[in-house]
Design a protein around this ligand. Structure first.
Ligand code: SDX
Length: 428
């Protein structure tokens, strides 16, 4: 028997259907609310509002569960390659040998970017934030590949566009890094893995053959997988809303890069390291920082703590914390900031304010410590997040497109001036 939700408005009773998901999540379908009652709902930040029914990622915030297409994040992080997970998120299943070979070969073939893009990079000021360069360059891809602008969504055009974007983002990210360090960009090497090729383009120099360090390659592979999708987060919702106007994939993902940049979202991994560095430099007791984070009159927040969905623990943070110990140990890096992070977590998780509000370390709290140990500059941390999140953005855009979802256009309640007559300048 299908469930319904009853609502009484102005003395009249209305019924709305209840939707149940495959993990028994419940939602009230209010798609006919305004038409039948004249009312809309109000939910700033969409904390209680579902925008779609998606088959890509499942989160259980209370129990710290994260699954991509049904596969547990813990298993994928340990056993899969990032390119396999990208295929899973975009096409719905783990690839067999032939599918993986085809996908990997196709992506490898498209890693190079148009030579004209070098002139774009030359025009950016030295020290330009890599996220600003990345979002601009991703949007400009649509001008080099006009078939991507085809709104009738020819399936072959979509697949070619997807493979091009997966292939070119690491190339553009590495070029943004090389722009700021004043070193020559490196062309892709097609005999390397997806992650190994990114490392070659980031740290390779023309004068010598770059040797891919397997410890670093494995760490980046795991970090990219952990960041690959996270259902309807801010940047993914942005990609879906922009794509819902039938804007092309490059423009939609460029908007996602911009949304991710914010310090409350993907920009938090940069903000966490800056916070830990400030704590280290100031040397004041950790409790004083905790007290500031609790003080509503102080704008300081404990960056890397808290999450809209996870209210017990972020499973990704647990995996990354363990990986931070392993990677720094394997690389022989001793970073005092890691100890500060662990002590800060300890103090916070023994403080009633954090426990009561379900504020635990999120994916961004420890990830920057690994990036630092790998020699990645702080302003590139969110670019690393974007590289990981790309297949999730693409998979969600593809799902929205294939389901022909309506253009995203929320309503509002107007609270401004009621009607009034125009007055001449002299009379004002
Ligand atoms: C990501 O959505 C996703 O899935 C995102 C992400 C992904 O993979 O895409 O997981 C990636 O963005 C992780 C989050 C990275 N951001 C940060 O680490 C920034 C610091 N965290 C916060 O700003 C905050 O926790 C958010 C933005 C993550 C979540 O904010 P919400 O859900 O809107 O919650 P809120 O701001 O309403 O906070 C609820 C309470 C408030 O206090 P009260 O009004 O109840 O007294 O918790 C407090 C907040 O003041 N609070 C914090 C805090 N986070 C929330 N207090 C101190 N420090 C913090 N970090």
């Amino acid at each position: 028997m299908s469930e319904t939700a009853r609502m009484i408005l102005d003395g009249q009773e209305y019924e709305f259907p209840v939707i149940s998901g495959s993990e028994n999540e419940k939602a009230i379908d209010i798609s006919k609310l305004r038409g039948s009652t004249g009312y809309i709902t109000m939910d700033p930040g969409f904390k209680n509002t579902g925008s779609t029914q998606s088959g890509i990622t499942y989160l259980d915030g209370e129990n710290g569960v994260l699954r991509y297409r049904g596969y547990a994040i813990e298993e994928l992080a340990e056993k899969a390659s990032f390119i396999e997970v990208a295929y899973l998120l975009i096409y719905g299943d783990l690839p067999n040998k032939e599918q993986l070979q085809y996908f990997n070969d196709s992506v490898t073939r498209h890693t190079i970017v148009h030579e004209n893009m070098k002139r774009f990079f030359d025009a950016f000021p030295l020290g330009a934030h890599p996220m600003g360069m990345l979002s601009s360059m991703v949007a400009s891809l649509s001008t080099f590949y006009p078939e991507s602008q085809n709104p009738n969504r020819d399936i072959t055009d979509i697949d070619l566009t997807i493979h091009r974007l997966i292939a070119k983002l690491p190339t553009l990210a590495a070029q943004a890094y090389k722009h700021n360090v004043g070193l020559p960009t490196m062309y892709p090497k097609n005999d390397l893995s997806y992650v190994g090729n990114f490392m070659h383009m980031m740290w390779g120099v023309p004068a010598e053959d770059y040797e891919v360090n397997p410890i670093v390659e494995s760490a980046l592979n795991k970090l990219f997988i952990l960041h690959a999708d996270h259902e309807q987060n801010c940047s993914t919702s942005t990609v879906r809303v922009v794509g819902s106007s039938q804007a092309n994939l490059y423009s939609s993902v460029s908007a996602g890069v911009s949304a991710l940049w914010g310090p409350l979202h993907g920009g938090a991994n940069q903000a966490v390291i800056e916070m830990l560095e400030a704590i280290r430099a100031e040397g004041s007791p950790l409790q004083s920082w905790i007290d500031r984070a609790k003080d509503k009159t102080d704008s300081f927040r404990l960056m890397g703590f808290g999450h809209r969905v996870y209210k017990n623990f972020d499973p990704r943070a647990r995996i990354i914390k363990k990986a931070a110990d392993e990677v720094l140990g394997q690389l022989g890096v001793n970073d005092p900031v890691l100890d500060i992070a662990k002590q800060l977590e300890e103090v916070a998780l023994n403080d009633e304010y954090f426990v009561k509000r379900g504020l635990y370390p999120n994916v961004d709290f420890y990830s920057g410590i690994i990036y630092r140990a790998l020699g990645i500059p702080t302003d590139m941390f969110t670019v690393m997040f974007a590289l990981g999140r790309l297949p999730g953005w693409i998979g969600q855009w593809k799902e929205m497109t294939e389901n022909r979802e309506p253009i995203g256009r929320p309503r509002q309640v107007y609270v401004g001036a009621t009607e009034r007559a125009f007055t001449s300048l002299d009379a004002r």
